[in-house]
Each structure stands twice: as structure tokens, then as C-alpha cells.
Write a protein that binds this ligand. Structure first.
Ligand code: NAP
Length: 347
């Protein structure tokens, strides 16, 4: 994948036919609380041969962005998205929607002016961002730019349920953390796959997840999803707050436990849990899976069709101005999002 912020010197503007210049951007020079972010100017990135330069209208603000800005768990600093000693990508943000501004020499299927949504490796909190063409799709016709920017985050729910969990029609699916950014999509996608959903969330979000298709709701403050006696075919765990043995206890003997993230400490995050799952799976008839979401056209197209068919919709808790990015990230970092947050970039 091309680095998100190549300088104009590294690539000639001639490859895009577009003269580069300065742009408004959220600049991330060091890890820390969201207050380390500065709203300033940086050089407009230049797309590589297989990339598209998008004029960003809106970008999702996710817990993943919070990890990258804070550099916690520390493990993220070793990932391709992180960097040592400071952030490799000077502009954060990944999921976005906007208009195609220019395309790389080898890109077919997009042209200037197309309304698109997709997943940049970084750089979405800026006027222009480079997105690999392979991670970009035409915007669903029935969504606004702000709504469309939330859709790439749904790929996590899709990959967790369909690929890792192998959910099929008629199965019973338990979603722990059903009211957040991934969870609100997961409830709808599991329903679209024909499953019956039990959602774990707080009482204030019970009506919301029911409206998204959950048949049963467990209020985690009052009820214990482990003690209820119900058995599920698949559990999608978006919180990671319970012992692995507890989670396996709510599954059928051939059930699938899918760990998405959450839990763990400041250093390794969910990694020790994932390692424990590997060990446990050697001795269990149940399947234990984790995955790393990497949305590409295949997933984005599926989601676009789902949304256009009216089978799923974004849940936007709040739309923020780009200048409010620190506040938006602080809110998301508290871990009690109700759906997703977005920042408005253009306009
Ligand atoms: N594997 C991957 O590639 C991948 C990709 C994306 C995300 N993730 C991970 O997936 C997890 C979820 O992401 P997200 O975007 O959905 O996070 P989020 O938007 O912050 O949502 C968290 C949700 O969890 C709920 N919650 C908090 N404590 C809970 C509890 N004890 N029981 C049940 N629900 C609880 C919160 O609801 P209340 O307000 O009601 O508490 C909130 O709605 C994160 O850990 C993230 O890092 C992994």
C-alpha cells in the first residue's frame, strides 16, 4: 500500500495531472491525549499509480483513530499504522467519504467528480486524502457524505460475522457491545444474514438496538449474559470484558467465539486474550477466531448494496466540525459511543 503522505517531491504531479499545494489538515506530531492534535496546514498528498486522491467531505472518528493518536495500547506503535518514536502518518483518520479529485496512472473505474467512500490507511482528517483504489467504492446513493463515511467501519462487523463467525441463516448470535460503532452495524448485518440476534448493551441503548433488529436485549448493568442459560451459535465480542471460559460457556459445543478487540492493558491490548484463544482452540470443539479488519472493495460493495436495499443504516451519534476533532476523539475514547461520530471536513 502506498504511504498516505508522500511528498510532491517523491512523485511527480504529472502522474495525476494535478498541481499539488497546501491543504487544511489535523496534524499529529506526537502521541498523547487528543489535545496533541493541531489544526493546521500540510502539503496535499499525491496519489501513487494505484491510488485515488479524494477531496474529503466527511470522515468517521473511531476508537481505532483514538488508539493511533494516543499510541495506546503501545503495541499499535509497532504496527504499519503506528510508528516509532512518533507517529509515521502525520495526519490521522481512515474511513472517509468525498469526491474523487485525481486518480493514479493505473486506476480504472473512477474519475474526477465521482462521489465515493472508502478506507485510507491514514490522512482522512484533511481536505484531501490518498486512498488505494482497491479500498474505495462509489457512495451509496441514499446516504449523505457524513453517513457514507461511517460505512467502512461496518466492514469490521461484516468480516467478524460472515468470515470469522461464518454466520448462516437461522443461527443464534450474541453481540457483546452491540450499541457502539461496530455493534450497531453488527446487529443489522447479523439480521441481514438471517440470524437471530441477542444484543448486550446498557439500558439507555436497548430501544436503539431493538430498532436495528435485535430480538433480545441484555442490559449488562442488570443481567449477566453468561448466567442466563441461553446458548448461541456465534458470539461476536466487541468488549472483551469477560473471561474466555465464560464466553465459551454461552456457546453451543460447535459454536464460534469471535474476538474483535477490547479489554487488555495499555501495553499489549487484546493480544494476551488472542494468544489464550490460540491455546484454548487446541483443546476445544468450539472455534475461537480473531481477525484484523482490512476493508476492500468486496466488503465495501456488499455494504453499499445492503444500505441501498434498506437492510442497514448508519447510526450517527454526533457530527463534529473538523476544529472539534480533539473533543470528538475524547468522546469516542470514553468507550460509550452510541453508534458512530463523524467530522465534517469540506464545506
Ligand atoms: N479487529 C479489528 O480489526 C477491529 C476493527 C475495529 C474495531 N475493533 C475493536 O472493536 C471494539 C469495538 O469497537 P467500536 O467501534 O464498536 O467501539 P465503540 O464505538 O467505542 O463502542 C463501544 C460500545 O461498547 C459498549 N459497552 C461498554 N461496556 C460494555 C459492557 N460491559 N458490556 C456491553 N457493552 C459495553 C458501549 O455502550 P454503553 O455506552 O452502553 O456502555 C459502547 O456502545 C474496540 O475494542 C475496537 O478496538 C477491532
Amino acid at each position: 500500500m502506498q504511504a498516505a503522505h508522500q511528498t510532491t517531491a517523491a512523485l511527480t504531479a504529472a502522474s495525476t495531472g494535478d498541481a499539488a499545494g497546501a491543504m487544511r489538515a489535523v496534524v499529529h506530531r506526537r502521541y498523547g491525549t487528543p489535545d496533541v492534535l493541531e489544526l493546521g496546514e500540510t502539503e496535499r498528498p499525491v496519489p501513487g499509480d494505484e491510488d485515488v486522491l479524494v477531496h474529503v467531505h466527511a470522515a468517521a472518528v473511531t476508537i481505532g483513530d483514538h488508539h493511533m493518536v494516543t499510541g495506546k495500547p503501545y503495541l499499535v506503535r509497532l504496527s504499519p499504522y503506528g510508528g516509532l518514536p512518533g507517529p509515521r502518518n502525520k495526519v490521522p483518520g481512515g474511513a472517509l467519504a468525498g469526491r474523487v479529485h485525481a486518480v493514479g496512472a493505473k486506476v480504472t473505474g473512477f474519475r474526477a467528480g465521482d462521489e465515493v467512500f472508502g478506507q485510507a490507511m491514514a490522512g482522512a482528517f484533511a481536505e484531501y486524502a490518498v486512498v488505494p483504489a482497491a479500498a474505495l467504492v462509489l457512495k451509496p446513493h441514499n446516504l449523505s457524505m457524513e453517513e457514507a463515511a461511517t460505512v467502512p467501519w461496518a466492514a469490521t462487523a461484516l468480516q467478524g460475522l460472515r468470515e470469522a463467525g461464518q454466520v448462516t441463516a437461522g443461527q443464534r448470535v450474541l453481540i457483546n457491545g452491540a450499541s457502539g460503532g461496530v455493534g450497531t452495524w453488527a446487529v443489522q448485518i447479523a439480521r441481514a444474514l438471517g440470524a437471530e440476534v441477542t444484543a448486550v448493551c446498557s439500558a439507555r441503548n436497548a430501544e436503539l438496538v431493538r430498532s436495528l433488529g435485535a430480538a433480545e436485549v441484555i442490559d449488562y448493568a442488570k443481567e449477566d449474559f453468561v448466567g442466563g442459560g441461553a446458548r448461541f451459535d456465534v458470539m461476536l465480542d466487541l468488549v472483551g470484558n469477560r473471561a474466555l471460559s465464560d464466553c465459551l460457556r454461552v456457546l453451543n459445543p460447535k459454536g464460534v467465539y469471535v474476538a474483535c478487540g477490547g479489554g487488555g492493558g495499555d501495553w499489549l491490548g487484546p493480544l494476551p486474550r488472542f494468544a489464550g484463544m490460540g491455546l484454548r482452540s487446541l483443546f476445544s470443539s468450539q472455534r475461537l477466531r480473531t481477525f484484523f479488519s482490512d476493508p476492500k472493495q468486496k466488503e465495501l460493495l456488499f455494504l453499499k448494496e445492503l444500505v441501498e436495499a434498506g437492510k442497514a443504516r448508519p447510526v450517527i451519534e454526533r457530527s463534529w466540525a473538523l476544529s472539534e476533532i480533539a473533543e470528538a476523539l475524547r468522546h469516542v475514547g470514553e468507550g460509550h459511543s452510541r453508534g458512530q461520530s463523524v467530522v465534517r471536513v469540506a464545506g
